[in-house]
Design a protein around this ligand. Sequence first.
Ligand code: ADP
Ligand code: MG
Ligand code: MG
Length: 210
Amino acid sequence: MSVTPTDLTAWITRFDALVAEHEAELTALDSEIGDADHGSNMARGMRAVVAKLSAEPPATPAELGKTVGMTLVSTVGGASGPLYGTLFLRLGTSAGDRTELDAAELGAALRAGVEGVVARGKAEPGDKTMIDALLPAVDAWDAAVGEGGGVAEAATAALEAAEQGRDATIPLVARKGRASYLGERSAGHMDPGAASSTLLMAALRDALEA
Ligand code: ADP
Ligand code: MG
Ligand code: MG
């Protein structure tokens, strides 16, 4: 199965719904090791994204990435806005002028997006950030595709890896972002960005499993 702009729009719409559903939980995580705004930041950004996508339905994956990324950068004030914004801008650029993406192409686009987050935020694996969920997810995507899986199998594998990466942030000491100001006291709490990134992968699985 190839992934169309309509499928990608379903992914983003589902992410908005999951963020809205988990807004209080994301903010509670950020209240433990940050400034208690991650849920509201993401909910505000994704509401704006979904409004923009329905006003201007994208014709290509590249257009979708640009619309989502630019909207997040301009509506989310916190660290997460430019980071998620970069993810979608790079994902879009990676898609080039293709109108649909196969499993390998979507994997490459996701990896380009996550590499953009790394380049922008300079976080390394184990620094207790969103990339601790995102990098294992794209690795699992590629491994599933390497074994002959399609987008549904790849998305399921990516979600499982993101969940494990998210849970593995709990004992870590934060070395990037606001949580790093707490030093050792950041240990024992799940990273809020890793939690929202896992919702991003859950939304992709939900959109592609049919
Ligand atoms: P802010 O910290 O500005 O209030 P948010 O609360 O919306 O922004 O987002 C915080 C999340 O952003 C963190 O939980 C972490 O996952 C992510 N984050 C912060 N800094 C970085 C970074 N340099 N690289 C990757 N992710 C980061
Ligand atoms: Mg915050
Ligand atoms: Mg903030």
